[in-house]
Write a protein that binds this ligand. Sequence first.
Ligand code: AMP
Length: 236
Amino acid sequence: MPGTAARSLSIHRQGSRREWPVAVKTRIALFGPPGSGKGTQAKYLAECWELRHISTGLILRQAIAAKTSVGRKAEVYMNKGDLVPDHLVHQVVEDSLGQVGYDNFVLDGYPRRLLQAQQLDKILGERGRHLDMVLLLTLPTEIIVKRLTRRRVHKLTGEVFHLDYKPPTGIDPKLLVLRPDDRRDVVWERLRVYRAQTQPVEDWYRKRGLLIEIDADGSIDEVHERVDLALAGGSP
Ligand code: AMP
């Protein structure tokens, strides 16, 4: 079947491991408002379903840390909660997709604008490929704000904590930082930008029958299970 590969998945469920033969969708985009747990679920998808994780946000943050010219340009927009200009992100995505050979990937945080969705279609279409599935994580706004403003990142390891749900016990508070774009005012701006720019992309994929909605309110494991079900062709 084009776009899918036969896999036998070893899933850990309720204390036991079970083999689950599935036809896995191999080209996936993961959507969701900031704070919906996109990064966590994309990482899980990549590990469990043997996909390459392409996170434009992460690549841009690495570019900022490395002080590259893309990083320096992107930083100004990211710190305000704005989207980075398409031409900068386009290059990042084209390079990343090229490196993974245009198959077996999960895109996290891309596309975020209609123009990006069209560019993605073009990049894949020129190689006889297309997206197989778009997963949308949904979450009420008040939970999003609480999740993001109380999130902390370890300065040295990059590990992500949450002051309520995953407390950084025993870690020197000086090593824990609030991401500049997790400040309350910036979170509201990111949500506004998401509604204005990215929701139309969701609708675009919904009309094409590619979008599957996943309730992201729950524990990380509960959402993992819903994601697994969606990929295995069940209803999340
Ligand atoms: P994320 O880690 O996905 O929440 O992304 C963090 C920030 O990186 C966003 O708020 C944007 O400023 C920028 N960014 C990530 N992906 C994109 C994209 N596809 N288009 C434009 N900006 C992006």
